[in-house]
Design a protein around this ligand. Sequence first.
Ligand code: NAD
Length: 426
Amino acid sequence: MPKTKQAVALQSEETNPFLMVQQQIDAICQKINISETCRVRIRECERELIVRFPVKMDDGHVELFTGYRIQHNDSRGPSKGGIRYHPDVTLDDTRALATLMTLKSAVVNIPYGGAKGAVACDPKKLSRNELERLTRRYASEISLIIGPERDIPAPDVGTNPQVMAWIMDTYSMNKGYSVLGVVTGKPLELGGSKGRFEATGRGCTICARLTSKHLGISLNGAKVVVQGFGNVGLTTAKLMANEGCRIIGVSDSRGGIYNPNGLDMESVIRHKNEAGSVIDFNGAENITNNELLGLECDILIPAAMEHQIHEGNADSVKTKIIVEGANGPTTTEAAHILREKRIFIVPDILANAGGVVVSYFEWVQGLQSFFWSEDEVNHQLQRVMDNAFHEVLEISQREKVDMGEAAYMLAIKRISDTMEARGIFP
Ligand code: NAD
């Protein structure tokens, strides 16, 4: 009998990320007079594919997995967005993440719509062979709707360049020829872009630097706390340390570590690679993730999962700046509390857009079969992030709204302008 890995299907209204994003879209559409037709289109996802597929496990039994590929909106170009492997991921999580991708691409003004994919599974419990079979089967299932001109996946939580390579290979085998542009975040030897792995963390670091300059805070010696020590968190912590910041706390899913004098990032990374977690690092105190979020610092970077800063802990946050490395790390209620505390928040759709920007560069390089130097990639990323940051800041100052609202205003206006120009078919 196949066992079923079912995602948790129900989420309460307060914790449903898709409802939260829809409420934000409704509020902004009203504020900037977006037409009713555009509002109802932007708050829903255009195409949703749910797949249930069997995978033969190493011991011979068969398990049934549930996966999704959601295309939120393709008015501005092909849909783009990562693939998440996580045991608790739901359809509404995936819808929310797809919607954020459309908004994010619009904020940084790249010609993409938004999408997201997910499989409810725990990749840490799968062998490499099981992970490959699961990925290839999921890739076959969603190949109905993905493609280099249609919808281009990338890594997210629980997936990595190797998973992207298997997706690219599976798609290519079904086509009969190699299709480099079907995914981004690929290994370098397979048409990946230099600088892609670090891109999201680099984008967060650029945002932290621009915000500090705007607020007149020196990065040299600034106290920084980073939650999450994966692709985004680890890279951001490393790059912020290179900027002269003092990284006083970092964490992963097993807990956090704290040293008020600063942590040596190279040693913490080595420890994480050897021990599988940052905890028990020699020369630091173990703390919980909740304690980490309450550490007094200049810059807090939540770079783990959604809703880590919520009504229950927002009041204990003691920072001047939050750079949202993760998608949706702050709930709506928490955002109100943080605003009252006059904390400057760089919202996720701007702060972590570096990943999709360099994914776009990778896609362009793959389509042209012409690859750029790392300096060129980083220079172009800096240019795009700098423009987007200043456009959002300008709206925030002109309209007297926070950066989060300003980013939504910029994105929704851009999306609705393309929808109005395209009109309605037929
Ligand atoms: P990852 O899987 O590489 O790392 C996630 C990290 O968070 C791990 O260290 C994990 O142990 C930790 N973590 C998980 N649950 C936690 C918890 N409850 N408390 C503390 N730590 C916890 O994932 P990633 O790619 O770094 O993504 C992190 C976030 O950034 C996600 O919200 C993702 O959607 C977002 N994001 C990622 C990219 C990208 O390019 N990878 C781009 C944009 C946004």
